[in-house]
Design a protein around this ligand. Structure first.
Ligand SMILES: [Zn+2]
Ligand SMILES: [Zn+2]
Length: 340
């Protein structure tokens, strides 16, 4: 049975008459996580995880939201729906659908390593699995988070010894909260850009504890910023906003930094291959762990990854969606070329 159809509006469940992460306005939407390529404004009703709710309110404003806990089952027109941790960012979920004995799981974006704040990814058994493939090439193999964190700490300490501030570019929802765990053990003076601040405040207000940060404002004394550590969205790169930190060094945190030369291509002094997505092995082991006989591969390297699955005896298809493009790991023209 086909529980989900791929339409030009989004993933549609006809039996339940709802969509998952639709990219056009619909009546009922189940939302995997708060990144803007998955969570859009204008739907008639939203279903998401409790931790995603305040993020949707921050980013999309007031809409009819309903939120649920992990593993809590709700029914829409007889289709059983439950959310399971995807480990991608705070609140990110896989969506499990069950109807007349048939089980489908939509991964959304996911990461198999437990980063300490985004929930521990859990493979969910299903007949059909819909997986992302952002880093679906064998060259993508992440080092453990603890190793990357040591690299970031060493870089900050070197910059500090040279009297330079360390400006880390990281996506404001996900990566920014994650790298706080790397920075907090070595300094209490963590400054953030306004975009990072808003997300941080929303998460902390929702009861999730994060290290303290200070917002950079026009009143922040320049002396306080000397040798400090700063987290900013990549939109602040090459902007006059950075001048106040002078002298400073810049670092980019993204899976694309695994490919040599990409930091230089992005005009940064350093690159850290820290991703909020599964690497090649993570994708493969997840597909196997679900036990799915059929796999649909969405955004990323869908043709390479689905070809590989077919060669290993798993029936796989490429699917075109409008995902990818917002979170810090979304490929840009430059870095994708570098990756290929
Ligand atoms: Zn995402
Ligand atoms: Zn995405």
């Amino acid at each position: 049975m086909t529980l989900l159809r791929f339409t030009d509006i989004g993933l549609y469940c006809a039996a339940g008459d709802f969509y998952i992460d639709p990219w056009r306005p619909v009546e009922k939407a189940v939302i995997t996580h708060a990144h803007s390529d998955h969570a859009r404004a204008g739907h008639g009703a939203y279903l998401c995880h409790h931790d995603t709710l305040p993020l949707l309110q921050l980013r999309l404003g007031n809409h009819p939201y309903q939120s649920v806990d992990w593993n809590e089952s709700i029914y829409i027109n007889g289709v059983k729906i439950s959310l399971h941790p995807a480990g991608h960012i705070i609140g990110s979920a896989q969506v499990r659908l069950e109807y007349q004995g048939e089980v489908w799981v939509v991964s959304g974006d996911y990461k198999t390593e437990n980063d300490g704040i985004s929930g521990s990814f859990e493979p969910v058994a299903c007949h059909t699995f819909i997986t992302e493939s952002t880093f679906g090439l064998p060259i993508y193999q992440w080092k453990p988070q603890s190793v990357i964190f040591s690299e970031i700490q060493g870089w900050i300490e070197k910059n500090r010894s040279e009297g330079s501030a360390s400006v880390l570019f990281a996506y404001s929802l996900g990566k920014a909260q994650r790298i706080l765990q790397a920075i907090a053990p070595i300094t209490e003076e963590i400054y953030v850009h306004g975009a990072v601040w808003n997300t941080h405040e929303t998460i902390v207000r929702n009861g999730i504890s994060l290290p303290n940060v200070k917002r950079v404002t026009p009143d922040t004394p320049k002396a306080a910023l000397k040798g400090s550590v700063v987290i900013a969205p990549s939109s602040a790169q090459d902007s006059p906003w950075l001048k106040r930190f002078h002298p400073y060094k810049t670092g980019v945190c993204s899976g694309w930094m695994q490919v040599r030369g990409n930091a230089r291509r992005q005009n940064a002094d350093a690159g850290f291959a820290l991703s909020d997505h599964a690497d090649w092995q993570g994708l493969l082991s997840t597909v196997k762990a679900t036990g799915a006989a059929r796999v649909y591969v969405t955004h990323g390297f869908q043709s390479a990854f689905s070809r590989h699955l077919n060669e290993t005896g798993i029936e796989a298809y490429e699917v075109r969606t409008e995902y990818g493009g917002e979170d810090g790991d979304a490929p840009t023209q430059d870095v994708t070329e570098g990756a290929l």
